[in-house]
Design a protein around this ligand. Structure first.
Ligand SMILES: NC(=O)c1ccc[n+]([C@@H]2O[C@H](COP(=O)([O-])OP(=O)(O)OC[C@H]3O[C@@H](n4cnc5c(N)ncnc54)[C@H](OP(=O)(O)O)[C@@H]3O)[C@@H](O)[C@H]2O)c1
Length: 298
């Protein structure tokens, strides 16, 4: 959703006074939830080129997945790649999906479809569409019982540049809609007795969230990051915490290193007692266009 779209949704109704806002955050930044709305059948392809002709690529699929995906494919002259994600797929398939999409892009395949069962792939597909990497991108969520004809209809439809759809077991069709929500202000049950393990909390958005959480709840913060404690940003956040009277500690650990994380947890335990909550903010925020991401980075 663009800022303008969001603003048209919310500007007529200012946030309630009890709304907790961070300084500097624009007024249209609000909390939205995705609601799935039942929708009618997709428009059949009307262009002179006719429907997209698909070839398929099955990621982590059973024999049934292969057979289903194959049933939508043509033998030749394809102009779309259908990435069929098997029902047993887990996070390890993300790399294969990335590589298949990048191969399609470098071969100038105009259309991309990703068909999956409850995998968190919509953001990836939406980014590809926003970056205009393909003429059309469709992301189709199915169940194991979704009728073949319902998926076939989606693949044959004229979807414009992007379509996200969820197909139920009885073939009904749902599309996502952003709805404004006002979650009640709560501390998540946290209080002074709590110890929050904060990964990635000494820099960026994690630092801002962690400091405010501790101020509101009185909980102790056990920060974890890869940088040395003498790192300028780390020292600055620890200094801010101390100036605010927040109880905190810092341990050097990489979240992908189980041994180092166990050591960090026992360090926090010694300082404040057992960890009772996790604020996970460790991540990489280096934005890049799809075609600029290397296979190694993916
Ligand atoms: N900025 C935003 O407005 C925003 C909004 C929504 C979501 N996010 C997401 O939040 C995450 C952080 O974004 P940011 O802008 O705050 O980035 P950032 O300023 O670069 O902070 C990243 C934090 O994660 C830590 N970190 C990274 N890899 C780690 C690892 N392997 N083990 C332990 N700690 C690690 C870093 O500490 P070390 O370098 O010391 O390890 C640092 O504290 C990203 O995934 C981003 O997409 C950001």
């Amino acid at each position: 959703m663009t800022g303008q779209e969001a603003s048209s949704l919310v500007m007529d109704k200012p946030p309630p006074a009890r709304f907790w806002r961070m300084p500097g955050v624009a007024g249209w930044v609000r909390t939205f939830a995705v609601k799935w709305i039942e929708a009618g059948a997709p428009p059949p392809s009307s262009g002179s080129e006719g429907s997209v002709r698909w070839i398929n690529c099955v990621i982590s699929g059973s024999d049934r997945d292969h057979a289903m995906a194959q049933s939508f494919a043509v033998a030749e002259a394809a102009d779309g790649l259908l990435i069929w994600v098997g029902t047993d797929a887990d996070e390890r398939v993300a790399h294969d999906i990335f590589v298949a999409s990048q191969d399609a892009r470098s071969l100038n395949v105009p259309h991309l479809a990703i068909c999956h069962t409850n995998a968190p792939l919509a953001g990836f597909a939406r980014s590809l569409a926003l970056e205009r990497q393909f003429r059309s991108v469709r992301i189709i969520e199915r169940t194991t019982r979704t009728p073949h004809v319902a998926i076939s209809r989606e693949l044959a439809a004229d979807v414009g540049d992007f379509c996200e759809v969820r197909l139920s077991g009885d073939g009904r069709r749902y599309v996502p809609q952003f709805a404004l929500v006002s979650p009640p202000l709560q501390n998540g049950g946290l209080g002074r007795q709590d110890v929050v393990l904060v990964t990635g909390g000494t820099k960026g958005i994690g630092a801002e969230c962690a400091l405010r959480l501790a101020l509101r709840t009185g909980a102790a913060l056990a920060f974890v990051g890869r940088s040395a404690g003498t790192d300028v940003a780390v020292a600055a956040t620890l200094g801010r915490a101390s100036a605010l009277g927040i109880r905190c500690s810092y341990a050097v650990a990489d979240v992908t290193d189980e041994g180092a994380m166990l050591l960090a947890a026992s360090h926090a335990n010694r300082e404040f007692g057992p960890i009772t909550a996790l604020l996970h903010a460790a991540g990489s925020n280096e934005t890049k266009l799809f075609q600029d991401i290397s296979i190694e980075e993916a």
